[in-house]
Design a protein around this ligand. Structure first.
Ligand code: GDP
Ligand code: IMO
Ligand code: MG
Length: 432
């Protein structure tokens, strides 16, 4: 045995939250290991919809400990809102969750910096971040000198640390003409954050010890990725990425679990593609096909409400991220969204400078210039939301899944046909 991991294979929002909730039963721990409140993971039980940003999607299950480990960046006010919202709905977060002392804190200057950076870069070069202060917080983590971790937030010398940092941040921000610098008042921040510290202190602990003890005791641990592999800071469509390792490469660094213990790595991908924010998107359909997908899939951001850009399935991109993540099986989601189409396109290769290529280029400019090469597959024109086994699916829908499985080169283990946890097919063999 070893750890089970769920990671996104595209640009995020692949329905990782739904899959994590399903897989939580029988787990001892569920661990979020990177990202922060830029993530929005949805879990649906009938009419009950839960939207989670920092808190692991295992939180709705009793008897499972949820960890927010070292690689996550935490906005104290936002996580407290999440905790309160869940507690008000009867979810006992207090007994089910721990937060790492090593996790970094998103401070008010980080959100200001995110807004300022966003304003200074216009047009096509704009990343279109979630404006949650994620990039600036990770930048300070790497820079070290001006970083604050959860362990610092709950210590007595927190106030002097804020004093020192605010003095420097104010100078830097005023030199670049940032607005709202007036809100950076050290005394006010200390007083506000002391209240957060008091409420969060019972959650804060050394999660590395919990993870390493679980590894040694061969417990069942589920790692929940945020964002998607194509948004990975090192291996994604840089610079149009997030600031953490959102591919499988981040699991070990972010959680502290040894890499060779991670044995089951499930890659989640939609039956088509979406992306929020700026950056290259080779198979984007800025036309009636894209609009149809957006409407059928309700493709609007869970965190920011922005309309998601929509397009065809890109098998070159997903084959790349499946290899990068050492994916052992795939969860193919949103199959129902394609149900009302006569024909469906799948990108199987690209053309770049007159040459056919079957790899994912490393430079954003090449990704913008290339032309996707499509294969056309027949649609099934049949509602699949009630399917619970492969045999319930129309033959053409099965053929579509088979072709995707072949192109990715990994077995499909789950097919999702609707938002509800019940609307899931566990695949034994992918034949009619
Ligand atoms: P995550 O960030 O990967 O957890 O995904 P999000 O929660 O941001 O976005 C996925 C959205 O699709 C949510 O609103 C889910 O409730 C919904 N969803 C999940 N699986 C399916 C599916 O198979 N079909 C449809 N139509 N919606 C789904
Ligand atoms: P989940 O976990 C989709 C995108 C933003 C932007 C880029 C950088 O729900 O799949 P950031 O605020 O991280 O600096 O923004 O990354 N982005 C996401 N897109 N799903 C997410 O998370 C995302 N988190 C960040 O839209 O393009
Ligand atoms: Mg999401």
């Amino acid at each position: 045995m070893g750890g089970t991991c769920v990671i996104g294979l595209q640009w995020g929002d692949e329905a990782k939250g739904k899959l994590v909730d399903i897989l939580t039963e029988g787990m001892d721990l569920v661990v979020r290991y990177q990202g922060g409140a830029n993530a929005g993971h949805t879990v649906v039980y009938g009419d009950d919809v839960y939207k989670l940003h920092h808190i692991p999607s295992g939180i709705l299950n009793d008897g499972v400990l949820n960890l927010i480990s070292a690689g996550v960046v935490i906005n104290p006010a936002t996580i407290l809102d999440e905790i309160d919202g869940l507690q008000a709905r009867g979810v006992d977060v207090a007994s089910r969750m721990k937060i790492s002392r090593r996790a970094h804190v998103v401070m008010p200057w980080h959100t200001l910096e995110d807004r300022m950076w966003n304003r200074l870069v216009s047009g096509e070069a704009n990343i279109g971040t979630t404006l949650r202060g994620i990039g600036p917080c990770y930048a300070d983590k790497i820079g070290r000198s001006f970083a604050i971790r959860m362990g610092d937030l709950i210590r007595d010398d927190f106030a002097s640390r804020v004093d020192q940092i605010v003095e420097v941040k104010k100078k830097v921000l005023s030199a670049t003409g940032a607005e709202d610098i007036g809100s950076l008042d050290a005394a006010k921040i200390v007083s506000e954050f002391s209240g957060y510290a008091d409420r969060l202190r019972p959650f804060v602990t050394d999660t590395n010890r919990i993870v390493l003890d679980a590894v040694e005791a061969e417990k069942q641990v589920l790692f929940e990725g945020a964002q998607g592999s194509l948004l990975d800071i090192d291996h994604g469509t840089f610079p149009f990425v997030t600031s953490s390792n959102a591919s499988g490469t981040g699991i070990s660094s972010g959680s502290g679990a040894p890499g060779n213990w991670l044995t089951r790595i499930i890659g989640v991908c939609k039956s088509y593609s979406t992306r929020v924010g700026g950056g290259p998107f080779p198979t984007e359909q800025d036309n009636e096909h894209g609009e149809h997908i957006r409407e059928m899939g309700k493709e609007f951001g869970t965190t920011t409400g922005r309309p998601r850009r929509c397009g065809w399935f890109d098998a070159v991109a997903v084959r790349y991220t499946a290899r990068l993540g050492g994916i052992t099986s795939v969860a193919l989601t949103m199959l129902d969204v394609l149900s009302a189409m006569d024909e469906i396109q799948v990108c199987t290769a690209y053309e770049l400078d007159g040459e056919r290529i079957d790899y994912f280029p490393s430079h954003a400019e090449d990704l913008k210039r290339l032309t996707p090469i499509y294969e056309t597959l027949p649609g099934w024109n049949h509602d699949v939301t009630g399917a619970r086994t492969v045999a319930d699916l129309p033959e053409k829908a099965i053929s579509y899944c088979q072709r995707i499985q072949e192109l990715i080169g990994r077995p499909i283990e789950f097919i999702s046909v609707g938002p509800d946890r019940e609307q899931t097919i566990v695949v034994d063999t992918l034949t009619a």
